[in-house]
Design a protein around this ligand. Sequence first.
Ligand SMILES: Cc1ncc(COP(=O)(O)O)c(C=O)c1O
Ligand SMILES: N[C@@H](CCCC[NH3+])C(=O)O
Length: 461
Amino acid sequence: MRAHEAGALHGDIGSRGPAWLRPPSDVNDLVPELWPVTVTRSEKGSLTIGGLDVRDIAQEHGTPAYILDEADVRERCRRFRNGFAGADVYYAGKAFLCKAMVRIIAEEGLSLDVCTGGELAVALAAGMPPERIGLHGNNKSGSELRRAVEAGVGRIVVDSFEEIDRLTAIAKDKNKTPKVMVRVTVGVEAHTHEYIATAHEDQKFGFSLFGGAAAQAVDKIIEEKKLDLIGLHSHIGSQIFDTSAFELSARRLLQLHKQVQDKHKIELPEMDLGGGFGIAYTTQDDPADPADLGAQMFGLVKRECDALQLNVPRLSVEPGRAIVGPSVFTLYEVGTVKDVDGIRTYVSVDGGMSDNIRTALYDSWYSATIASRKGDNTPMLARVVGKHCEAGDIVVKDEFLPADVRPGDLLAVPGTGAYCRSMASNYNHVPRPPVIAVANGAARVIMRRETEDDLLALDVG
Ligand SMILES: Cc1ncc(COP(=O)(O)O)c(C=O)c1O
Ligand SMILES: N[C@@H](CCCC[NH3+])C(=O)O
C-alpha cells in the first residue's frame, strides 16, 4: 500500500494507532528501507552510522541534531545520475541546502535547482558552476532575476507574464539572452497532500495548459526574441508514487511541444519533468528505484515523441526529497514519558515542530526507534512529541517503542533529510539544530547549531 492509500486509514487512529501499524516481532529491529545505508544496531545495542556510535555523536555535538550519512546521499545521487543517464538531474535545493551539500551535488555530477536569491547565494558561494544552476519561483523579484542573469545561470524557469516582462527588461539592459523554460500547469491531480500537489488547475504555480496561458507565454517569448526559450517544464507535486501521473504530465507537455513546433517552426531542445519522487517514511511506502523511474520516463517520452513525429528533447528531472530525504535521521533525547491513562503514552523529545514541521503541516507519518540502547522487547504504542507550546507539536504520530523507553534515551527519527532543516523555524526561540555529516568513521559539522546569541543578534530593538 502506498502513502496516499494509507491516508485513507488515518481515521482509524485513536489510541490503537492506524490499522497498518502492527507491533513488530522485535521492537529494536531496524526496517532497512527506512534507514541510511550505513546505519546498523551494534552489539552494544546502540545505533552506529558510518562506523560511529550515535552516543558519541550526541556526546560531542548535543541533541537534537540532524545526522547525515554521506555515503547514502552520494549513492542516491549516483543512482539518479545512472538511472537518468542522457538526461540532466537537477537536485532541488529546497529539500536541504548548505555549501557542503552543494559540493556533494557538484562532485556527483548533478545540477542544482534553486528557487530564491538566498538559495542562489549558497550555490554560488559553494562554487556551483552557474551554468549548472536552474532558477525557479512563482514570484522572483527583479533583483533575484538580475543576480541570476549576472551570474549566468543555465536556465530560468519563468512562471508569470510579469516575470517575462521583468526578465526581458533585464536581458535588454544587460545585453544578454538568458535561457528560459516555461513552467506549465498540466492539470494533473497528483495523489499526494493538497499542499504539495502543484499541477492541478487551481494553483499559484505555472501557466495553465488548458486555459491557454502556457501557449501564450511561449508565443510571447518567441515573438519578443529577447529570451532564449529552451523548453517546457512541469512539476506535478511532491511525495508521489504513482508513475502514471508523470506519464500523463509528459504526454500533455509533449502535445504543447508539438504545437509550438508546428506553429513557430522551432524545435525546443529540452523538456523538464520536475521532481516529486516519493520516499519511504514508514513501511507503507514503496518507492521506485531511480533506474526504473528513468527507464519508464525515457520510454514514455520516446513513445509519445514517435507518435507525434518529434525528435526526443533532452530531458531533465528535479528530485529533492529522493536524493536527501532518506540519508538523514534526527537524533533527539527523551525528556519525559507521560502515560495519559488509558488514552496514549506521550514521549517528549528535546526538539519538535521547529525542526520537523511536516507532521503538523502535511499530516505526515514518521517512524522512530531508541538509538542509545536496545529496549525491552515489549512493544508499546507511543506518540513522539516535541517541546513546543503547541498541542499539534507532534513528531511521530504513532510508533511502537520499547515499553521501558525513559528520559535520557536517545531517539532517532529517520527520513528527515528533506524539508526538515530547510523548513526549520525558531518557534519559541528554539535554536535550530546542527547538521552533522558522517563518512568513513568521521563526523563533521556542515551546519552548526544555532545559539541563543544568534537569535539575540537579530533582536536589535
Ligand atoms: C519546481 C520543483 N521542482 C522540484 C521539486 C522537488 O520536489 P521533491 O523534493 O519532491 O523531489 C519541487 C518541490 O516540490 C518543485 O517545486
Ligand atoms: N515542503 C514539502 C514539499 C514541497 C516542495 C516544494 N515544492 C514537503 O515537505 O513535503
